[in-house]
Design a protein around this ligand. Structure first.
Ligand code: GAR
Length: 215
């Protein structure tokens, strides 16, 4: 399977994907990383690991549609089967999403549907929840609202900062994102409406349902 990874910043989730590929645990290729930010630290990671990348800045285009058309063109050109949003800080339009139906996943630093949008970790601290975590979900036309594939829960300790919570959550992001990519590449992820089942997954209580259409 060929994955295209979209990033905007630090790229630690991209790094987790690269590390798992290099260890042989994740059997996919990354023919292209796209960053909308020329300063993204993620780009240094690409250079270090020989991963092809392109910077595509929103401001280089007249409007969002043309910006997204360029990204779609590059991804299609590389024969990408799955688009992975790994810290990509822009909302994609229905146009972009329609080009990759159930073929875009995102990692979000909260237990969705709580704390959608920006600064999810700060939102969790300010709300006073005792547990938070991260979610990998399919991207649909709603912001942070598509079908949930995997989640990991972490405790929120009394008085801790948003940065400290973000670090604890990030550790789990780095585990569940590569895991979900591997599941999808093995054809084990089935989607029906909002429900996602992973054939043979070692966690979760929902039994596998063979009626579901194969992802
Ligand atoms: C991660 O915590 C990711 O979950 C979050 O941005 C960070 C990117 O870190 N994404 C979002 O908030 C998307 N709404 P990284 O660049 O080191 O992977």
């Amino acid at each position: 399977m060929r994955i295209g990874v979209l990033v905007s910043g630090r790229g630690s989730n991209l790094q987790a994907i690269i590390d798992n590929i290099e260890k042989g645990k994740l059997k996919v290729d990354i023919p292209l990383v796209i960053s909308d930010n020329p300063e993204a630290k993620a780009l240094e990671r690409c250079k270090r690991h020989g991963v092809p990348y392109k910077v595509i800045e929103r401001k280089a285009f007249k409007n969002k549609r043309e910006f997204e058309e360029r990204m779609v063109m590059e991804l299609e050109d590389k024969g990408v089967d799955l688009v992975v949003l790994a810290g990509f800080m822009r909302v994609l339009s229905p146009y972009f999403i329609s080009k990759f139906p159930l073929r875009i996943i995102n990692i979000h630093p909260s237990i969705l549907p709580s704390f959608k949008g920006l600064d999810a970790q700060g939102q969790a601290i300010r709300y006073g929840v005792l547990f938070s975590g991260c979610t990998v979900h399919f991207v649909d036309e709603t912001v942070d609202g598509g079908p949930i594939i995997a989640q990991a829960v972490v405790p929120v300790f009394p008085g801790e900062s948003s940065d400290s919570l973000a670090k604890r959550i990030l550790n789990y992001e780095h585990r569940i994102l590569p895991q979900v990519i591997q599941w999808i590449s093995e054809g084990r992820v089935y989607v029906k409406g909002r429900e996602v089942k992973v054939k043979g997954a070692t966690y979760g209580t929902i039994p596998f349902n063979p009626d579901l259409e194969q992802f």
